[in-house]
Ligand binder design. Structure first.
Ligand code: ATP
Ligand code: MG
Ligand code: FE
Length: 361
């Protein structure tokens, strides 16, 4: 089985071909990423300190045809040999979603192939099965520029969101903190770099939601605390910036660790028979080493495996979309009217329960 995936929901234009050969038993499956082409628009948006939707949509239009061609060429698979086209249909910036889904519809119609509309978050949720062959159920922590969620992944199309942010996404908090401190976009990697030479104990920033009975995340109070600290000591020296970044990162890791530990405990209760439970991370923030170390130690304390797929598959890519297409095809979870499917800027993961969307023929 070979599926062409297309991803355009945010600021990456991506296409990929993923193949699955082997029998029907999960352990005999051997998925292969035949190509994985990602064009990041970071430079286009850097001057504005964040993703500008109109610029993103135009950049997708300009790049997508070439990216799809490159993905097919790299994979050495012709369009004829493709079994289906899978495209991100939401959630995300609607301009980009339209570009990707319409392109996928056109290819599907021209090549007479089925089209599968994929929820972007489902792509993140199922990646660990592509990379690590994980069995259901498992726990997913998604921490990116647009999402901060803990999801119980119980099966294909069977997702339960256990926690979400009540204000900013974690990546957004990193980006805003960087901006306040005069660090370049994207903020996450630059905050981490500055933090490396900083004193994490200099500022006692709040740990939002820590210990709360409500399972969710919050980061806007922390952002405000950073702004107040920065304003109080301005003008900032390089050491001040480093200390603020280190203290911010420590607060984030602490708060995140607390929320995750709570979810691990819930998972134990809900799935007592799961022999080797696992926590999977996804999203750009998962690249952060301090955060990774915190999560790893929480997992080992709770007896969970900690699964961090390669960073290239943690951030936005089309291999995860192609893979979600394969999972849905195998599960028979494709319905009828994909050719009529309209992109959805909002599309919660726990509402995708199948049968989803189907054949473009
Ligand atoms: P979406 O939320 O729709 O999946 P996105 O493009 O916002 O899309 P990603 O590309 O997965 O998300 O991640 C980008 C985010 O990750 C940015 O907010 C960036 O600052 C953050 N990030 C990247 N590297 C690091 C790091 N080392 N530490 C902390 N945050 C990081
Ligand atoms: Mg991105
Ligand atoms: Fe994403």
């Amino acid at each position: 089985m070979r599926v062409l995936g297309i991803e355009t929901s945010c600021d990456e234009t991506a296409a990929s071909v993923v193949a699955l050969d082997g029998g029907s038993a999960p352990e005999s499956l051997s998925p292969k990423i035949l190509s994985n082409v990602v064009l990041s628009q970071i430079e286009e948006h850097a001057a504005f300190g964040g993703v500008v939707p109109e610029i993103a949509a135009r950049a997708h239009v300009e790049a997508l045809d070439g990216i799809v061609e490159a993905a097919l060429t790299d994979s050495a698979v012709s369009l004829k040999e493709i079994d289906a086209i899978a495209a991100t249909a939401g959630p995300g910036l609607v301009g980009g979603l339209i570009v990707g889904l319409m392109t996928a519809k056109a290819i599907a119609a021209a090549a007479n192939k089925p089209l599968i509309a994929i929820n972007h978050l489902e792509g993140h949720a199922l990646t660990a099965r592509l990379t690590d062959g994980l069995d259901f159920p498992y726990l997913l922590l998604l921490v990116s520029g647009g999402h901060t969620q803990i999801v119980a992944v119980r099966g294909v199309g069977d997702y339960q969101r256990w926690a979400t942010t009540i204000d900013d996404a974690l990546g957004e908090a990193f980006d805003k903190t960087a901006k306040m401190l005069g660090l370049p976009y994207p903020g996450g990697p630059n905050v981490e770099k500055a933090a490396a030479t900083g004193d994490a104990s200099r500022f006692a920033f709040p740990r939002p939601m820590k210990g709360s009975a409500q399972p969710d995340f919050s980061f806007s109070g922390l952002k405000t605390a950073v702004r107040q600290a920065a304003t109080a000591i301005a003008p900032l020296s390089d050491q001040d910036v480093a200390d603020i970044c280190a203290s911010f990162q420590a607060a984030v890791a602490d708060a995140l660790g607390d929320r995750v530990a709570r979810a691990l405990a819930r998972f134990r209760k809900e799935f007592p028979d799961k022999a080797k439970p696992a926590l999977v991370v996804a999203g750009g923030v998962a690249a952060n080493r301090t955060i990774k170390a915190t999560l790893e130690s929480r997992c080992s304390k709770a007896g969970f495996a900690f699964v961090a797929p390669p960073q290239k598959l943690c951030t936005d890519n089309a291999a995860m979309i192609a893979w979600a297409g394969i999972e849905r095809l195998r599960a028979g979870m494709v319905g009828e009217n994909a050719a009529d499917f309209v992109p959805r800027s909002r599309w919660p993961l726990d509402s995708v329960s199948a049968p989803l969307v189907g054949s473009g023929r």
